[in-house]
Structure formats: structure tokens, C-alpha cells
Write a protein that binds this ligand. Structure first.
Ligand SMILES: Nc1ncnc2c1ncn2[C@@H]1O[C@H](COP(=O)(O)OP(=O)(O)OP(=O)(O)O)[C@@H](O)[C@H]1O
Length: 387
């Protein structure tokens, strides 16, 4: 593959569509490294995971989803810490798990690194010794491993901190050292489970940028579990959304956010999502017709979604009269939350949100439990098919 060419082909899902092919961030340096396919099922205490994931060489996939969706379980299976009930994991042509053939490669021999939100550095070793640990364990001579550790600490911006122990580093520096340690072991795939969750917001920006640069420079494939949509936007080529053990949305990150298929995806994208049945360029849902602009080929009666921004919703205490607005309905307010410049009103059925200015809220005189009239211009509503 030519430098700069992007050869990604992640697909994950049980019926969820895969959107787009562009891959914005990656420069793949080793086309044969980090190609992962996994079909996995695991049932445990009432929870069932059933997913297919495919990761191209050097590709970064963001895995988003609500609490308890199974994100950490999936990473545990890929890392070899958990054994699937059924399924298969193949990395660069090598079978790591094949339940039918009782094949299971142990975690330390899979070439898959796992990094959690806690850096888990050895407390009694210096930063340099921590980073040298993987190369030493892989049989590199001490001086070579130490030289490599020095190079890695430079790469992650810790050049002057080689002799410090973890307790003498800040949280951000510890996570940088942990990323250096993970990458110094030269994994084909790096799994990151909420790697920035314990860091302050301003530090996250720098550490996230550093991680993106180093993944790209090394051509390491990665799956990043996160609750933060920015991780998907900044780090990932593609995004998959996991809910209740199934992948419900997957594709190029921008496409997933622009045309969400699940309420969780819509929430992280900051848009309203009304799921229903297609009728012309509209969606029939909750007894209303949401007229919009079709961005997909729609088939009457087939599942479809209407997507619009909370700021596009007009809120009134009386039914708007004599207007050209096509979409007008009433709904009950469940909550009013502060929002930049005013308030965000949450509604019951269909469940959606509207942003109003503080002045408009005062004029409306509405409170939770009240019914309000809502309207949105058809031009502001995107309608897409759900396949
Ligand atoms: N060790 C365990 N034994 C049994 N069930 C578990 C275990 N760990 C997690 N679970 C259950 O498996 C399901 C998936 O959990 P998992 O931790 O994978 O979700 P998650 O998406 O990573 O959630 P979060 O975002 O909260 O970390 C949940 O129902 C959880 O209660």
C-alpha cells in the first residue's frame, strides 16, 4: 500500500449498516499488521454479547455505548482475558481463538495490548524501566530495551522524566508513560478502555493528540472504548456503537453522527432522533408526521429516522397559527435544564429536546409537567432509512 493510502475496512454489526469508506486520520505504514476479525458470543448472568468486528491494518475504531453495554467485555475477549462461548478471533491470518477447535492463544502471546483508564505502571520501577519491561520480556538485551524506552519516552513527551517513579509523575504523565509502555511492546493491535477517563479535561486534549500521532506513526490498529464522542471524532477512523451486547450503529465517524440509528448515538451527536416508518419524505412516529428532507432512498412503511437539532425546535405555549411550518405537534415537558445561553427542554413522547433562550423561557412561562406546542421546519429535518 502506498504511503498515505488508507486501507481500512472495519465492519461490525448484527444487521447494523456500515456507512462510508473514508478514513481521515491514518497513514498506514505496514499493510500486513493489525488486521483483526472477530465473531464472538458470550452469555453471562443474563447478559449476552454477540458481535462481529473487523479492523483493517492501522485502523482506529471507536467503540461507544452506554454503561453495561459490553464494551469492556468485548475488549477482554479480544485481549484473551475472557473465553467466548462461541466464535473466532483472527489477527493477521493467525487464529487466536477458535472455540470449535478449542484454540485459545494466551493474552501475552496474542500481540494485542490492553490499556485501561488506570495506567497500572509498576510502582517500584522508574518510567524508563516500566517502558523497557515489554521489550525485555520479549528477549531484547537490557541496553537495547533501555535505549528503546528512552526513545519512547521522548516520543510521548516524557524525555526528562525517565528516572521518576510513577508516584513522582502527574496523572497525565503516568498515562503517557503507560501509552509508551504499551506501544514499546509493539502490539499489532492496541485496545484502550476509556484511556482518558481519569484525566483532567485540559490534559486529555494533549494526551489524546499524542496518542493519535503515535498510533499513526507506528501504524498500530486500535480499538478505543470511550464515553466521549470527541475521542471518536479526533482519534478514530470509524465508530461502532454497542448497546445491550449488540452493535447497533457503525461506520465512518462523521456519517454515524450525521445519521444516527439509535437513541444513544443521537444523544452523543447532540441531535433529536425520531424513529418510525417512512411515508414519502416523512417519518410517521408517535401519532405525528415528521416531514423532512430525505437523505437516503426511502420506502414507505420501512423503518426510518427523522433527525433534527434541539436548536431547530420552536417552542410555543399556544398552537402556532397561520404558519407555513409543516411539523407542529404538542408534547409534555419532563425537565428543564440549564444550557449555554438559555435552557434545554426535554419532552416525553416523542422523547426529544429543544433549546430556548433564557428570555424565551421566561416569556413562555412553562414548567415541567406542562404541555407545549412544538414546531420544526421541514428543511431542518433530515430523514434517513434504518436498515
Ligand atoms: N466479572 C463479571 N461477571 C459477571 N458479569 C459481569 C462481569 N463484568 C461485567 N459483567 C456484566 O456484563 C455486562 C457488560 O459489562 P461491561 O463491563 O462489559 O460493560 P461496559 O459497556 O464496559 O460498561 P461501562 O461503560 O459501565 O464500563 C453488564 O451487565 C455487567 O454487569
Amino acid at each position: 500500500m502506498a504511503p498515505g493510502e488508507r486501507g481500512v475496512n472495519a465492519s461490525a454489526g448484527q444487521g447494523a449498516g456500515t456507512r462510508g469508506t473514508a478514513s481521515p486520520h491514518r497513514t498506514v505504514t505496514d499493510a500486513s499488521r493489525g488486521a483483526l476479525t472477530a465473531d464472538l458470543a458470550l452469555a453471562r448472568d443474563g447478559f449476552e454479547l454477540d458481535v462481529s468486528v473487523a479492523l483493517g491494518p492501522g485502523e482506529v475504531l471507536a467503540l461507544l455505548g452506554p454503561n453495561g453495554a459490553g464494551k469492556s467485555t468485548l475488549l477482554g475477549l479480544l485481549a484473551g482475558l475472557l473465553r467466548p462461548d462461541t466464535g473466532r478471533v483472527v489477527l493477521d491470518g493467525r487464529v487466536l481463538d477458535e472455540v470449535a477447535a478449542t484454540t485459545h492463544v494466551r493474552p501475552e502471546h496474542r500481540r494485542i495490548g490492553l490499556l485501561g483508564q488506570d495506567p497500572c505502571l509498576f510502582p517500584h520501577l522508574t518510567a524508563a524501566q516500566n517502558v523497557a519491561f515489554g521489550p525485555r520480556a520479549a528477549g531484547r538485551p537490557r541496553c537495547e530495551a533501555s535505549e528503546l524506552a528512552g526513545e519512547w519516552l521522548d516520543r510521548v513527551g516524557l524525555g526528562g522524566f525517565a528516572d521518576r517513579r510513577p508516584a513522582e509523575l502527574s496523572g497525565g504523565q503516568r498515562q503517557r508513560a503507560a501509552i509508551a509502555r504499551a506501544l514499546a511492546a509493539a502490539p499489532a493491535v492496541l485496545l484502550l478502555d476509556e484511556p482518558f477517563a481519569s484525566l483532567d479535561a485540559e490534559i486529555v486534549i494533549d494526551v489524546r493528540r499524542m496518542l493519535r500521532e503515535q498510533l499513526a506513526a507506528t501504524g498500530t490498529s486500535a480499538i478505543v472504548v470511550s464515553h466521549d464522542v470527541l475521542d471518536a471524532v479526533v482519534l478514530a477512523d470509524r465508530t461502532a456503537v454497542l448497546e445491550r451486547g449488540r452493535i447497533v450503529d457503525e461506520g465512518v465517524t462523521a456519517a454515524v453522527l450525521a445519521a444516527p440509528r439509535s437513541p444513544f448515538t443521537a444523544a452523543i451527536a447532540g441531535v433529536n432522533l425520531v424513529l418510525g416508518a417512512a411515508a414519502g419524505d416523512a417519518v410517521l412516529a408517535a401519532g405525528h408526521r415528521f416531514q423532512g428532507v430525505a437523505v437516503d432512498e426511502l420506502h414507505d412503511g420501512e423503518p426510518a429516522a427523522a433527525v433534527f437539532r434541539p436548536a431547530s425546535v420552536i417552542v410555543a405555549s399556544r398552537r402556532p397559527e397561520g404558519t407555513s411550518l409543516r411539523n407542529i405537534w404538542s408534547d409534555r415537558i419532563t425537565a428543564i435544564d440549564p444550557a449555554p445561553g438559555g435552557a434545554r427542554l426535554r419532552f416525553e413522547a416523542p422523547a426529544l429536546q429543544a433549546d430556548v433562550t433564557a428570555a424565551a423561557l421566561a416569556e413562555l412561562g412553562l414548567a415541567p409537567g406542562d404541555d407545549a406546542w412544538l414546531a420544526v421546519k421541514a428543511a431542518e429535518v433530515r430523514v434517513h432509512a434504518i436498515d
